[in-house]
Design a protein. Sequence first.
Length: 256
Amino acid sequence: MRRPIVAANWKLNGSLAMLANLLPDIVRHAQQYSQVEIVLAPPYPYLQPALDYIMAANNIHIAAQNIARQEQGAFTGEVSAAMVRETGCEYVIVGHSERRQYFAEDNVIVAEKVSRALDAGLNPIVCVGESWQERQQNKVSTVITQQISAVIDTVGIERMQACSFAYEPVWAIGTGQTATPQQAQDVHAIIRAQLRDYADSLADNCRIIYGGSVKPDSAAELFLQADIDGGLIGGAALDAQHFNQIISAVPDLETT
Ligand code: PGA
């Protein structure tokens, strides 16, 4: 049984005031949903304050949005996986399409970052997804398969057990255009089959969550799909009420 994850990607948003505003509500709500693993990814300066807020909730974890490709050294402005882990964070988002697009992270860099994260004891949430153009050209399966095999071939099946994947079609991120539950399920099934080609244990245990304009009214149907194990939420996670509604949309494990 895979435990669902609902993760919040704050991106380049937030402030101490926003933490004070959102986190107590999220912590309170999370306590009623102990079957859901909740992951919050604020910008680096807010990792420590966020950790302080979630102390009372053992189903909430804090994530960084990125880590350096390098372990240490003369790389001004970078933050290593070990530093993130040392603060008490347990997760990191790796390979988000905005990193791939604006910071030139290719499959090789993403795989290296996943490896660094695992070395440091972080659980990576590895983002994959196709552009609109790739979808139009029927390349969804090829693109996703390459993104995933780059990671698994680098880190090895054994170490992949700590990884989750987020399928985030680039055309759905921040656009308000969510993939339909069927479109999302179709790609999640492709990912699951690819994981099964590597090992049954990977396919059975790795969580594959969906991201891209998930909102309170679209979450429930997405989360009901057989291969969707939760969501990675951007815009809607900046509002505690919306994010809490999305957490509530996770189906009861007993009844599914
Ligand atoms: P969105 O972002 O929910 O605002 O589309 C999702 C993400 O980029 O992870």
